[in-house]
Write a protein that binds this ligand. Structure first.
Ligand code: MN
Length: 283
């Protein structure tokens, strides 16, 4: 099932380029009591909501997808986790940059661990990526995004796929430079997630998903998740050994080779097999 958030916070099920409005089924979730539990209440309730969505979809109002303003399918993740260098070819290109700039060698997750992006940087496809003033290089990074479905800790490799609610496409927009990743990747609008959440059952093992990113019609990144250094299961094992994961937590699994600078006016098209596609504007 493809579940989207659209037009200011409605919830929709996407079927054949139409969005079926199932918002009336989630009104209970909209009256939260302080202090709120960590995580996203919609993602936490998905297992019980899903059969209800299926039941009512024939009677819901629907509209063409092209008329909908899509938001991030997850509204309030407790955290956004990133994998720093997780494709061999991207490590090679990062190495070239690093050796030119400061002579250091780029390692992988075993050395660097994971990082967190600020939740306030999260946007959806209908919202523009807003570049800050100045002349720093800012890059696009297409990534498969895992949406966690259950509260979990110390997950084993065998259990790892069972804690996933679904998948989405992400752009981990990044200022290049020496500052900590948590600063360079957390600027407002620098975490794009869309176009919707595809439930995990539609993907199965996320080991063979083709992805492409183009800027203004020019192909920039093209890869397959089979080339991940640390696969999705390993990322969940590693992340959950350190953090308790909550429903709606997002894991950006790392970007392949081909990252490059973006500028105001650019149109970024992103697509991942089995999930879908969307366009982001840069302003
Ligand atoms: Mn990244």
């Amino acid at each position: 099932m493809r579940i989207c958030r659209f037009n200011g916070g409605k919830i929709g099920v996407v079927v054949n380029n139409h969005v079926f409005d199932v918002t009336s089924l989630i009104t209970d979730l909209q009256t939260q009591h302080w202090p709120c539990a960590p995580g996203d209440p919609l993602i936490a309730a998905l297992p019980s909501l899903r059969p209800k969505f299926e039941e009512v979809i024939g009677e819901c109002d629907s509209m063409p997808l092209s008329d909908c303003e899509l938001l991030s399918p997850v509204a309030t993740p407790s955290k956004i986790i990133g994998a720093p260098v997780n494709y061999h070819l991207h490590r090679d290109e990062a190495n070239v940059d690093a050796q030119i700039n400061n002579g250091t060698k780029i390692e992988t997750i075993e050395t660097y661990g994971l990082f967190l992006k600020a939740n306030t940087s999260l946007i959806g496809p209908s919202q523009a990526i807003v570049l800050p003033d100045g002349n720093r290089r800012i890059d696009h990074e297409i990534e498969l995004v895992v949406v966690i479905g259950n509260e979990c800790k110390n997950v084993s490799r065998i259990e790892a796929l069972d804690v996933i609610a679904g998948y989405a496409i992400g752009n981990d927009v990044t200022i290049r430079g020496p500052e900590d990743r948590s600063l360079r990747k957390s600027v407002d609008t620098f975490t794009v997630v869309g176009p919707w959440l595809v439930t995990a059952d539609e993907i199965g093992n996320p080991r063979d998903l083709h992805m492409i990113l183009s800027v203004n019609g020019q192909m920039k990144q093209q890869a397959n998740t089979r080339d991940l250094i640390c696969d999705v299961q390993q990322l969940i094992v590693y992340a959950s050994a350190h953090y308790t994961l909550y429903p709606g937590d997002l894991i950006f699994t790392g970007t392949p080779a081909g990252v490059g600078p973006i500028q105001r006016g650019d149109v970024i098209h992103q697509q991942i097999e089995g999930i879908g596609e969307f366009i982001s504007n840069v302003v």
